[in-house]
Design a protein around this ligand. Structure first.
Ligand code: NAD
Length: 253
């Protein structure tokens, strides 16, 4: 862990979970370009995380398995210790399981528990652990900001599996409940992407065709499109409790 005592007092600090790949990496880069000191995080890709941090102006990397309570506690405490403050928490890390919705037997209790642990319990607990630091941000700078990355599957009856969609619907509701409880010190919003071009979804040919042919924007989102939506919510001084559907308009069809 790096400690940077030379940080100028105007700087803001953001923790982006799951930020060594895909959408999280784009969000971390965007916030870094916007002047944030960034805490990068992932479950396993430590070398990639450290290399990414080295290439950014002010960044550190912390490994943690968000399925483990002890790791969640350590992540937030090390993140706050990095610069002695935390202004923004982006709960991006998430997992998915592809199970046809009609195949109820394959959606086992173990699958439900695994997805809820990482997609719902972890974001909620990270907010709880970061609450005092985010409130402190409001006292000395501006309101703390939480952005949860959920999914259009949490808004519409769609998605990789029923347990995945339900976990993201829960995250959307947690977003609104926390916004109500934590304002005005802490704003809490979510971005709900549709299909995003990442290595994982490159093989999802049916979904790619659906977005290309049916959505008003005629394409899936890039990770940078989602990072733009996150940056907009972080930059706001007013928006809270919003679930920003970012699906290129597919929901209109
Ligand atoms: P990704 O697999 O590239 O990134 C997921 C990140 O989550 C990784 O960095 C991984 O380390 C982290 N992670 C997973 N389990 C973890 C654990 N137990 N502990 C710590 N970290 C863990 O995937 P992505 O597509 O960039 O997804 C990012 C977010 O966007 C996820 O929450 C996902 O559900 C959501 N999302 C993605 C899409 C899409 O089309 N790619 C669509 C809608 C929502």
């Amino acid at each position: 862990m790096n400690v940077n005592p030379t940080l100028d007092s105007g700087l803001r600090v953001a923790l982006v979970t799951g930020s060594t790949s895909g959408i999280g990496a784009a969000i971390a880069r965007r916030l870094s370009h916007a002047g944030y000191a960034v805490i990068l995080h992932s479950r396993s890709s430590e070398a990639a995380g450290r290399a990414m941090a080295a290439g950014m102006k002010q960044a550190v990397y912390i490994q943690a398995d968000l399925a483990l309570e002890a790791d969640r506690v350590r992540l937030v405490s090390e993140a706050i210790a990095s610069w002695g403050q935390l202004d923004v928490l982006v709960n991006n890390a998430g997992i998915s399981r592809v199970i046809p919705h009609g195949d109820l037997a394959s959606a086992t209790s173990a699958v439900w528990r695994e997805l809820h642990e990482v997609n719902v319990l972890a974001p909620f607990h990270l907010v709880a652990l970061a609450e005092s630091a985010l409130r402190e941000a409001a006292r000395s700078r501006r309101a703390g900001s939480v952005v949860n990355i959920s999914s259009h599957a949490g808004v519409r009856p769609k998605g990789a599996s029923i347990p995945y969609a339900a976990s993201k619907a829960a995250l959307n509701h947690v977003t609104r409940l926390l916004a109500l409880s934590l304002g005005p010190d802490i704003r809490v919003n979510a971005v709900a992407p549709g299909l995003v071009d990442t290595p994982l979804t490159a093989e999802w040919h049916g979904a790619q065709a659906l977005w290309r042919e049916q959505s008003p924007m005629r394409r899936a989102a890039s990770p940078d499109d989602i990072a733009d939506a996150v940056a907009m919510l972080v930059a706001s001084d007013y928006l809270t409790g919003e679930v920003l559907l970012s699906d290129g308009g597919l929901n209109l069809t």
